[in-house]
Design a protein around this ligand. Structure first.
Ligand SMILES: [Zn+2]
Length: 248
């Protein structure tokens, strides 16, 4: 678990120097270090191939159910942003959380994929944000916010205005606060399923909540991200009998 979390947090919280010492295998989204070969790059990555509950998935058949609403309790945070070599990520200040079935999950960070890793009926969206939360027991809950092309997104603009020029550790942007709550759509119905990290080590410890209603970002904003990461999405993985629940 410790190793798994360390690997996750490599992409999350630790400065670049901290994981240089760990010597993680280099992985990417194409070629010999791409998704098809992740499991071969390091022993710890074997779940990427051997796991049966891998993410992302193509959401098709769902079981509609009266699921509890996601209770968001988000506060503003000073902006801490980094390019971790796989995506643009924002590390969030302590004190923001979601509550699911009475359990509190603290928001650690959020980051972006282009196109969306999740598909709905075979179709991906131009981008997705993954909001990564963890509870006291170390269990993860990721909320996915899909983006369609549309109006300028003010929160995204604040982030893009502060994009790091180089890969590396998080920089606090002086005088800039963000409120991740402003990224959420008004309607917060969701798809829920058991899954994994979508990056090595692909650990199967993630409760996924994909919000059904997308939000918007402009074409110019999509292109700004594409300038740094043209394609950073893992292909969809087999369902292997998992049920996707859909809130009414
Ligand atoms: Zn992600």
């Amino acid at each position: 678990m410790k190793r798994t979390l360390t690997s996750l947090l490599c992409a999350a919280l630790l400065p670049a120097a901290a994981f240089a010492a760990d010597k993680p295998a280099h992985w990417s989204y194409e070629g010999v270090t791409g998704p098809q070969n992740w499991a071969k790059l390091e022993q710890d990555f074997s779940t990427c191939t051997l796991g049966h509950n891998q993410s992302p998935i193509d959401i098709r058949k769902t079981a509609k159910a009266k699921l509890p609403p996601l209770e968001f309790s988000y506060s503003p945070s000073p902006l801490k942003i980094l390019d971790n070599g796989h995506t643009i990520q924002v590390n969030y200040a302590a004190g923001s959380s979601i509550t699911i079935d009475g359990k509190r999950y603290e928001l650690l960070q959020f980051h972006f994929h282009k196109p969306s890793e999740e598909k709905i009926n075979g179709r991906s969206y131009p981008m997705v944000a993954h909001l990564v939360h963890r509870n006291e027991e170390g269990k993860l809950a990721v909320v996915a916010v899909l983006f369609r092309k549309g109006a300028d997104n003010p929160l995204v603009q604040t982030l893009w205005d502060a994009l790091p020029k180089e890969k590396g550790e998080a920089q606090e942007v002086a005088g800039v606060n963000i409120d991740i709550g402003k990224l959420l759509p008004a309607a917060q119905g969701y798809y829920n399923f058991a899954g994994s990290l979508t990056t090595p080590p692909c650990s199967e410890e993630v409760n996924w909540f994909v919000l059904k209603t997308p939000v918007e970002m402009s074409d110019a904003q999509l292109k700004r991200f594409a300038h740094i990461y043209k394609h950073n999405a893992r292909p969809t993985q087999p369902l292997n009998g998992r049920t996707v629940q859909e809130s009414l």
